[in-house]
Design a protein around this ligand. Structure first.
Ligand SMILES: [Zn+2]
Length: 264
């Protein structure tokens, strides 16, 4: 099997386990149970020399952090930030059990398959592979799987920033979202959100929260939590919005085309 195929298979299996763990966050302190996926990820990441740190913010609300130390202290650090919780799903309107993680026609179905257990699994597989290969980056690579992203963040990033900021202090952060194909006249486009946490857009969404917790709290892992910045609109976000608006206008002017980009 080619390396890419083997890694893809690993991501799929890990993703299916994370979905089945059903770390459903309904916004109450007693929900989430992210310890299940912290355990899964810790077991998966073991055996390749990675030190794991667990930070518990409440019963069952476990955050897992690991790192590959850089060889140059002056080089920037990179944080891969995934969350392990998902929003509730009762199965109504679903073609598949939201927590069965069925594979149907080459697609993994389940709550969190896109937001964002696919990425959390991918980050873990990449980290394990790099550690197993003895990769030594210039700047430290941190991989964090956090709880409570779908609600207040109090048991996740906020807890880490308030009590263990050094664990996730980083110069750059890669997290959700992006990568979901958006139809366009020229074919599917894959958006990449740059500085997405600097943009807050009120409104209804598939998400039960219309604003993301980190934005609402104005917290930035990217500067190690030292700064609690007010949300601001980045120039790149403005340019992106204008292009999306122009695309929507041209789509509306095409009769019979009611396709709209959808959210997970
Ligand atoms: Zn998410």
């Amino acid at each position: 099997m080619r390396t890419e195929d083997a890694m893809t298979a690993e991501v799929v299996e890990l993703l299916r386990t994370l979905i089945r763990n059903a770390c459903v966050n309904d916004g109450t302190d007693a929900s989430g149970h992210e310890i299940r996926s912290a355990d899964t990820l810790e077991a998966y990441l073991s055996g390749v020399g990675l030190a794991m740190e667990r930070y518990t913010a409440g019963p069952g609300r476990v955050n897992l952090v690991t790192r590959i130390d850089g060889r140059d202290r002056r080089a920037p650090t990179l944080l891969l930030l995934g969350h392990t919780d998902v929003v509730p799903a009762d199965g109504r309107g679903w073609r598949h059990d939201p927590f069965a993680a069925d594979v149907d026609d080459g697609v993994v179905w389940g709550r969190g398959a896109i937001d964002m257990l696919n990425l959390t699994a991918t980050m873990a597989v990449a980290c394990r592979r790099l550690a197993a290969d003895g990769f030594r980056p210039a700047g430290t690579l941190i991989v964090a799987a956090v709880a409570d992203e779908e609600a207040s963040g109090a048991h996740g990033v906020a807890h880490l920033l308030d009590h263990h900021a050094d664990a996730i202090r980083a110069d750059y952060v890669i997290t959700e979202a992006g990568g979901v194909p958006v139809p366009s006249r020229e074919g599917p486009r894959l958006p990449v959100a740059v500085g997405g946490r600097g943009l807050a857009a009120p409104g209804r969404a598939g998400h039960r929260r219309s604003r993301r917790a980190a934005v609402r709290r104005g917290q930035c892992a990217g500067d190690g939590g030292r700064r609690r910045a007010a949300p601001r609109r980045l120039p790149v976000a403005g340019a992106h919005s204008r292009r999306v608006a122009a695309h929507r206008r041209s789509a509306r002017s095409r009769p019979g085309d009611h396709r709209r980009p959808h959210r997970s």
